[in-house]
Design a binder for this molecule. Structure first.
Ligand code: NOJ
Ligand code: CA
Length: 557
């Protein structure tokens, strides 16, 4: 029997509001995504992971859900989603959907019911409601802070009109945290999982997977002893939740997968890969690592050792919708992404050399695609688009901007709509033939709305259409690499053998004789003995590998 598909899959992250717009309102949607299925199968990925598409007031771009069993009208309908899942399968693509269990929207019927119910009621016990501290309960119940800035508690006005209890939100105030000790919460989510499994989804990406369980005492952070576990993440009670989820998923035919989003260090993250829990979780280590051979090698070794110990495949990630674009990061003096540190305030920080960042991002793509395990490709990284750092403040939508008192511009810069074709924005993002033109009228189509975030004019050379025709483009590199990977490396996550190299370079082989060499130094590096060059991320220097370049070789058989 072959390994389950997800062990070695190339998964493409669709950030739906920025992928493709099917009705010309400037916001990506399911019909737009559906119309580009051919693009995804040509690219050569095995699966897509779709950011939340559920009904939502969009206080946090859909990570604030009011109905987990329906699609937000911005993105389409449940029928659109079902048709997409079916057709994706016909194209040979698996579909992973985003599940958001830590919190819902403040507009969710359960939270609204909790607001109109009394303190101590069953409705309030689905969330974390607590009395405040201070003489009149005017202070939050503890000192926890929200991931988006400010306190993690907001005070409610009770049904009788007086200020009352506080509720917990580890993110925006519009995202109240569920109380996972409550059996109703648990069974509700098992039912939601079944709802989507019944519609054929191949798995779930679990948002903030380590945050669901809290230390029941809700202790102040300031009172904790140095080195004690955080009370708001990584708590042991979460494991029981995932054992329930795993039983549900395993009861379905086919190989369905649970992938956790967990920003803990590797040792604590691996605890979620215990038998009967998550199949795997994102390795977010590489994107927090310097462009340095020793540092990169340590991350690879640690992840592969952990994988060998737990049986969960490694999962390589260079970017996602929460992280500064890889081209921009790798063009900076400090190439690391530091979570929870404000993205540059003000306008363009301008500290990134995009040409250098592009060379490194291309090399890094060949590196991760040759490693054992899965790869997760954030939409647009295959085009080499960069972080847009000069979005005008009045257009910024990330709740981090408001919640930080305008000190953190947040994540919009990596969420700008994709450039598909043409010489000027909106670069074919919106399908102008589709707007609700009235049947029987031959009026010219209405002009498409502008994309929800502005695209840089310089992306004209980075559109899909421009790059598809260009053999040396980043898109061509990805297509080529994914094709070779699919042929030679996928459906296998083992083993890797390191080869000796000069300092500053890394080289390894995979079963079948494919070798990957990457040069992270400032000097050209010798290549190991090989028969052929299969693919290179940039021009070679005779027999030498230039700095910031990677190559795939066929080694002598
Ligand atoms: C992680 C998601 O990736 C991010 O976009 C979101 O804001 C938080 N979780 C809260 O749901
Ligand atoms: Ca749309």
């Amino acid at each position: 029997m072959s390994d389950p598909w997800w062990r070695g899959a190339a998964v493409y992250q669709v950030y739906i509001r920025s992928f493709a717009d099917g009705n010309a309102d400037g916001i990506g949607d399911i019909p737009g995504l559906h119309s580009r299925l051919g693009y995804l199968s040509d690219l050569g990925v095995d699966a897509v992971w779709i950011s939340p598409w559920y009904v939502s007031p969009m206080a946090d771009a859909g990570y604030d859900v009011t109905d987990y069993r329906d699609i937000d009208p911005t993105f389409g309908t449940l029928r659109n989603a079902e048709a997409f899942i079916d057709d994706a399968h016909h194209h040979g693509l698996r579909v992973i959907v985003d599940m958001v269990p830590n919190h819902c929207s403040a507009a969710h019927p359960w939270f609204r019911a909790a607001l109109s119910a009394d303190p101590g009621s069953a409705e309030r016990q689905r969330f974390y409601f607590r009395p405040g501290k201070g003489t009149h309960g005017e202070l939050p119940p503890n000192d926890w802070t929200s991931g988006f800035g400010g306190p993690a508690w907001s005070r409610v006005t009770e049904p009788d009109g007086v200020p009352g209890e506080w509720y917990l939100h580890l993110y925006a105030p519009e995202q109240p945290d569920f109380n996972w000790d409550n059996p109703e919460v648990r069974s509700e989510f098992l039912d939601i999982l079944r709802f989507w499994l019944d519609r054929g989804v191949d798995g779930f990406r679990i948002d903030a997977a380590d945050r669901l369980a809290k230390d029941p005492a809700l202790p102040d952070m300031a009172a904790l002893q140095a080195g004690s576990p955080r009370p708001d993440r990584g708590q042991p009670a979460a494991h029981d939740i995932y054992r329930d989820w795993r039983r549900v998923v395993d009861a379905y035919p086919g190989d369905r997968v649970l992938v956790g989003e967990i920003w803990l260090d590797l040792r604590h993250r691996a605890a979620y890969h215990a038998p009967g829990e998550l199949h795997t979780s994102f390795s977010l280590d590489l994107l927090r690592t310097r462009w340095d051979a020793g540092a990169v090698r340590r991350v690879i070794d640690a992840n592969l050792e952990s994988s060998a110990a737990t049986g969960a495949p490694a999962t390589w990630v260079l970017g996602n919708h929460d992280v500064t674009r890889v081209v921009t990061r790798y063009g900076r003096a400090d190439t690391r992404f530091v979570p929870d540190v404000a993205q540059a305030a003000g306008t363009a920080s301008g500290d990134s050399d995009h040409a250098l960042g592009t060379r490194r991002a291309r090399a890094a793509a060949l590196l991760i695609m040759a490693l054992p395990g899965g790869v997760y490709i954030y939409q647009g990284d295959e085009l080499g688009i960069w972080e847009v750092e000069d979005i005008p403040p009045e257009l910024i939508q990330d709740p981090k901007w408001e919640n930080s008192g305008h000190t953190d511009r947040g994540r919009d810069g990596c969420r700008v709509p994709l450039p598909w074709s043409g010489n000027a924005p909106p670069f074919g993002f919106s399908d102008q033939s589709a707007p609700s033109s009235q049947p029987g009228r031959s009026a010219p189509p209405a002009a498409a709305a502008q994309p929800w975030l502005p695209q840089p004019a310089q992306w004209r050379s980075l559109t899909v259409a421009a790059q598809a025709a260009e053999a040396s483009s980043t898109l061509s590199l990805y297509r080529h690499a994914l094709r070779i990977r699919g042929r030679e490396l996928s459906h296998s996550d083992g083993p890797l053998t390191w080869l000796p190299t000069e300092p500053g370079a890394l080289a390894f082989t995979r079963p079948g004789g494919l070798a990957c060499v990457i040069n992270l130094s400032r000097k050209p590096a010798e290549l190991p003995r090989h028969r052929d060059v299969l693919l290179a991320s940039g021009p070679l220097d005779g027999a030498l590998l230039p700095p910031d370049t990677a190559v795939w070789l066929r080694t002598a058989l």
